[in-house]
Design a protein around this ligand. Structure first.
Ligand code: SIN
Length: 291
């Protein structure tokens, strides 16, 4: 008999009313649209605390109808930490703290078109990212899917949880940056670091399944085929369990802020040959991912 007893869990009610705004959930456990806040203004401490609380609760916050210039985008992000410089910026011109996410009919790829967590090849990956989309495809489409990696861990069976608790995996920047994006390696190469396969979120203390098909190359200390089989099983779990996901449908001038320590995301490129444009700012993490 297979164990299906851990498949269904009671939904924990997450708040929708905060002191200064209300949110509308996208699913019961991940993703919420925040109402009544203008990110171009100086936010009060109460508003900022509410954004923090709602972000921990919902993991992905969507702010619609925002009109931000780059400085305002960066100023909002700086409330959460200092700004990250993407490892691929060495080959790009322009503001190093702004990652342009631009897709047109001539693009050879679109950034983030596959399940991943941002820059887990870094020793200390970014704690969060804010993507501000200003141009959506005329044809519709171009959504971003987000997966709840607390739930991805919770839905595993107890023997697998125990087994994974001992493991560490290598996250290698060369896989996406050279393999998919064909970017030239910087002097010294792209970052490559080892993180536990199950980590604890540093703020909530909850366990997170921490491997992603964008960066994770192998599990340390195993034979190649053993590591490949385990990663394949975990990636399949993430990529084929829709109840882990929420779907963010962009409108022009939407900013989405995700917690990079407990989510993965996947940009859907279903709008070729139409265009989509946005800019991403990421926030430097505070500590190495740890079990
Ligand atoms: C990314 O940050 O991976 C890009 C996400 C998107 O364009 O929707």
């Amino acid at each position: 008999m297979f164990n299906t007893s851990e498949d269904q869990q009671e939904i924990q009610e997450i708040p929708t009313m905060y002191r200064t705004f209300e949110v509308e959930s996208i699913t019961p456990h991940i993703g919420a649209v925040v109402r009544d806040i203008d990110l171009s203004q100086n936010l009060t401490n109460e508003q900022l605390q509410d954004v923090f609380d709602a972000w921990y609760d919902w993991k992905v916050l969507v702010f619609r109808d925002q009109h931000l210039d780059r400085d305002q985008h960066k100023a909002f992000a700086r409330h959460f930490g200092s700004l990250h410089v993407h490892p691929m910026q060495h080959g790009m011109r322009g503001d190093p703290e702004i990652l342009k996410v631009k897709t047109t009919g001539d693009s050879p790829y679109t950034a983030g078109d596959g399940w991943h967590t941002d820059v887990t090849c870094d020793e200390i990956p970014p704690l969060g990212s804010m993507l501000y989309i200003t141009e959506t495809p005329q044809s519709g489409g171009g959504d971003t899917l987000f997966a709840d990696m607390y739930l991805a861990y919770e839905l595993l069976s107890s023997p697998i949880k125990d087994f994974l608790g001992e493991l560490h995996a290598v996250h290698d920047g060369k896989i996406p940056y050279v393999g998919s994006y064909k970017s030239k390696e910087p002097e010294g190469g792209y970052p490559r670091n080892t993180h536990p396969v199950v980590v604890k979120h540093p703020a909530t203390g909850k366990k997170v399944l921490y491997v992603n098909s964008g960066f994770t190359s192998h599990i340390r200390g195993m034979k190649r085929q053993e590591s490949a089989a385990i990663l394949e099983m975990l990636f399949e779990h993430i990529h084929s369990t829709p109840r882990l996901w929420c779907n963010v449908q962009w409108e022009p001038n939407t900013l989405t802020f995700w917690d990079n320590r407990c989510t993965q995301h996947h940009a859907v490129w279903d709008y070729y040959p139409h265009s989509r444009y946005g800019e991403r700012v990421s926030i430097v993490g505070t500590e190495r991912p740890a079990a």
